[in-house]
Design a binder for this molecule. Structure first.
Ligand code: PAF
Length: 279
């Protein structure tokens, strides 16, 4: 595997490649990331991964400084997956001057759910993803459904900017007890790790209720948040949305059986976990 940090060198290395499959990451790779690499391999060749902890997408009081960085272990894992190039730019490589041009996601999609609780997050994500796409020029790029809203925003960005990159969605990779794998799980204490699968169980119980015909959306959301809070969690949201645009369903949407997804974000101790489940 070639490990490249400069944009020019990356372009030289990938020149003429028409079927590149790209998996952008922030490192601290776990099985979930590796499943993205495997899916990428099915959709293109060569597979290119990136590791870059993108300061632009972290708020001032978020965990940029302590975000887990495990570069040596990550390299070993990517080598085993047969990744051809790892693009691992420094901040100076990717942002040699302050990044003044930014992507602005539409308000409806960008300022709700994660966008409401992490202002500027999706501006940072879309800006770096567009820039990484411009460096790698992939034919396809793979994103996990665990970050459901991120996936949808990137897919819409690719469509609206007519990017020559197909966005492929990968299913969420879960531990045996249901917890979605995430780099931030490493912040959990042992006791919190035992408690953490509750978030997924809550999503399952909300999804079950909706499927069973309970369409009192606000009550379902509130009851679920109350249950989390009663066990010491600090929920930001448990929210049932339309899959198509992540907006709240109207009575008409519910009557027409519009496909739904339930999304949740909650803090357990210092760790903020997010998850979702299509209904
Ligand atoms: O999902 C992530 O790891 C990041 O948001 C991404 C897409 C690599 C952009 O920094």
């Amino acid at each position: 595997m070639k490990i490249i940090s400069s944009i020019d060198e990356l372009r030289d290395q990938l020149r003429g490649q028409l079927r590149t499959a790209f998996v952008p990451t922030m490192g601290n790779l776990h099985e979930g990331h590796l499943s993205l690499m495997r899916l990428a391999r099915k959709h293109g060749d060569p597979v290119v991964a990136s590791i870059f902890v993108n300061r632009l997408q972290f708020g001032p009081n978020e965990d940029f400084d302590k975000y887990p960085r495990t570069f040596a272990a990550d390299i070993e894992k990517l080598e085993k997956e047969g990744v051809y190039v790892l693009f691992a730019p420094t901040e100076k490589d990717l942002y040699p001057e302050p990044q003044e041009f930014r992507v602005q996601p539409p308000t409806d999609l960008g300022n709700t759910l994660e966008g409401e609780f992490r202002p500027g997050f999706f501006i940072g994500v879309t800006t770096v993803v567009l820039k990484l796409f411009s460096c790698v020029q992939p034919r396809v790029a793979v994103f996990g459904k665990k970050d459901y809203q991120q996936l949808m925003i990137i897919r819409n960005m690719a469509r609206q900017f007519a990017l020559p990159t197909d966005i492929i969605a990968a299913e969420t990779y879960r531990a045996d007890d249901g917890l979605a794998l995430s780099s931030r799980n490493s912040y959990l204490s042992d006791a919190e790790r035992t408690e953490a699968p509750l978030l997924y169980r809550e999503l399952q119980s909300v999804a079950q209720a909706v499927k069973g015909g309970n369409l009192d959306i606000s009550l379902l959301e509130k009851t679920s948040m109350d249950r989390l809070a009663a066990r010491g969690w600090k929920p930001d949201y448990v929210s049932i949305r339309k899959r198509i645009d992540l907006q709240p369903p109207t009575a008409g949407d519910l009557a027409q059986k519009e496909p739904l997804v339930v999304l949740a974000a909650a803090k357990l101790g210092i760790t903020r976990l997010i998850d979702n489940l299509e209904i």
